[in-house]
Design a protein around this ligand. Structure first.
Ligand SMILES: NC(=O)c1ccc[n+]([C@@H]2O[C@H](COP(=O)([O-])OP(=O)(O)OC[C@H]3O[C@@H](n4cnc5c(N)ncnc54)[C@H](O)[C@@H]3O)[C@@H](O)[C@H]2O)c1
Ligand SMILES: [Zn+2]
Length: 348
C-alpha cells in the first residue's frame, strides 16, 4: 500500500505504519508514551496495538460515545497527564474512532502548549474521513465541534484489521463517506455501484483517503473546494440533529446517506443533474441503509433547522449541489419547499 502524504504528515498503512512509529519512538527523546482508548477500543483494539508496538506505554481510558466528546473528558485526561508528571516531550497515541482522534488531538494540542500525537483510527468513518484534514475538537453542550483547532498529527496509521470487530451498522456509516468521496470526485463510482461489497476493501479505503487528501491539500481552511465535502451534509446534519432527541438515534453516515439522496434530487431540480444519476445514487444507498420514515412534523422541523442555521445569510439555506458526478457547485440557494419535496423523493 502506498504512503499518502498530506502537506504536513503521512498516512501509512498497517506494518509500514507501526514500523515508522517504532522508529519514531526509538529515535526521539520522548519521556513517556500514552495511548488514549475508550472501553471498546481497549477491549477490541489494544491487543493488536500491543503486538505491533515495540515500546512500553501507559493507557488512558475514557468513556466511548459522542456525549463524552466534551470538556469534562478533556479535563480528566489533562489531570491524568498532570498527575503522571507528563512533560512536553511525551507522545499521545489516539487509538479509536473519530471521537478519540478528534478529542485526543485537541487534548494533545493544548496540553503544555502542544505535545506530539499520532492517530490510529479504528472505525471506517475515522479512517476515511477524520484521518485527513487536521481538524481536532470537542462539542460544547449540544453544539458539535464548537471548540477546537486545526492541528496536525505527527503521523496516522490506517490498519484495516481493526474493522473486523466493528458492527455492520458502523461500517455502513463509514461507507456513506466513501461513497460521497466517489460522487464528488467521480472516482470509483461505477466500481462501487456495481460491487456493493467493497466497504472493507483496502484499495477502496486508501483511494477514498487520497480523494479527501487531494481536496484538503487545495483548501485546508474550507474557503473553497473543501466545501465539496459537505455534499449531503446540509440536510444530513439537520436529520442527525432531529434524531438526536429521539429514541432511535441515527449514526452520522446514516443521516448523511439520507442527505445525499435528498440533495441529489434537489440537484436535478435546480442544478441540471440527470435524474438517472440521482436514482443510481439512491438505489445504491438503499442497499446499505433501511428507509427511515419522516412525519410531516419531522420535515417541518428539518426545514426550520436548515433555514435558521446560524451560518445562513438572511435565512436562505446554502447547499453544495451536483451538476454531475465530480462537478460541484457550492453556495446554491435552495427554497425550503424544495427541501420538503426532496423527502418525497427519498421516501418514494
Ligand atoms: N476530524 C474530522 O475531519 C472528522 C471527520 C469526520 C468525523 N469526525 C468526528 O468523528 C466522530 C465520529 O467518529 P466515529 O464514527 O468513528 O465514532 P466513534 O469514535 O464514536 O466510534 C463509534 C463506536 O465504535 C467503537 N469502536 C471504535 N473502534 C472500534 C472497533 N475497531 N471495533 C469495535 N468498536 C469500535 C467506539 O468505541 C464507539 O462506540 C464525530 O465526533 C465526528 O465529529 C471528525
Ligand atoms: Zn460527514
Amino acid at each position: 500500500m502506498n504512503i499518502i502524504s498530506t502537506d504536513t504528515y503521512k498516512i501509512r498503512f498497517k506494518d509500514e505504519g507501526y514500523a515508522h512509529l517504532n522508529e519514531l519512538v526509538a529515535s526521539n527523546n520522548y519521556t513517556n508514551f500514552y495511548v488514549l482508548v475508550d472501553e471498546n477500543t481497549k477491549k477490541l483494539c489494544l491487543t493488536r496495538f500491543k503486538e505491533k508496538a515495540s515500546f512500553k506505554f501507559e493507557i488512558i481510558e475514557i468513556k466511548s460515545g459522542e456525549i463524552h466528546k466534551n470538556l469534562d473528558t478533556c479535563l480528566d485526561v489533562w489531570n491524568h497527564l498532570t498527575n503522571k508528571n507528563a512533560d512536553r516531550n511525551c507522545l499521545l497515541i489516539n487509538l479509536g474512532g473519530g471521537v478519540i482522534t478528534d478529542m485526543g488531538g485537541f487534548i494533545a494540542s493544548t496540553y503544555k502548549r502542544g505535545i506530539d500525537f499520532v492517530n490510529i483510527p479504528t472505525t471506517l468513518l475515522s479512517m476515511v474521513d477524520a484521518s485527513i484534514g487536521s481538524k481536532t475538537g470537542i462539542n460544547l453542550n449540544s453544539i458539535k465541534n464548537q471548540i477546537g483547532l486545526f492541528s496536525d498529527p505527527l503521523s496516522v496509521i490506517v490498519d484495516t484489521d481493526y474493522l473486523k470487530t466493528l458492527s455492520k451498522r458502523e461500517i455502513n456509516s463509514g461507507y456513506a463517506e466513501i461513497f460521497k468521496h466517489s460522487i464528488i470526485s467521480n472516482s470509483n463510482f461505477k466500481k462501487l455501484v456495481e460491487n456493493p461489497n467493497l466497504a472493507y476493501d483496502e484499495d477502496i479505503i486508501a483511494s477514498s483517503i487520497e480523494l479527501k487528501n487531494k481536496v484538503v491539500k487545495k483548501d485546508k481552511f474550507e474557503n473553497d473546494v473543501r466545501k465539496h465535502l459537505n455534499f449531503g451534509h446540509t440536510i444530513g446534519h439537520a436529520v442527525e440533529s432531529l434524531f438526536m432527541n429521539k429514541k432511535n438515534k441515527l449514526l452520522h453516515g446514516e443521516a448523511i446517506a439520507i442527505g445525499m439522496v435528498c440533495e441529489s434530487y434537489i440537484s436535478c431540480k435546480i442544478n441540471g443533474l440527470e435524474i438517472d444519476k440521482a436514482n443510481e445514487i439512491k438505489n445504491h444507498l438503499n442497499k446499505f441503509f433501511n428507509k427511515v420514515s419522516f412525519s410531516k412534523n419531522d420535515i417541518d422541523k428539518i426545514c426550520n433547522l436548515i433555514k435558521y442555521d446560524k451560518k445562513n445569510h438572511l435565512n436562505i439555506p446554502k447547499f453544495v449541489l451536483l451538476k454531475n458526478l465530480g462537478l460541484i457547485e457550492t453556495d446554491v440557494n435552495v427554497d425550503v419547499n424544495l427541501i420538503a419535496d426532496s423527502f418525497d423523493y427519498y421516501t418514494a
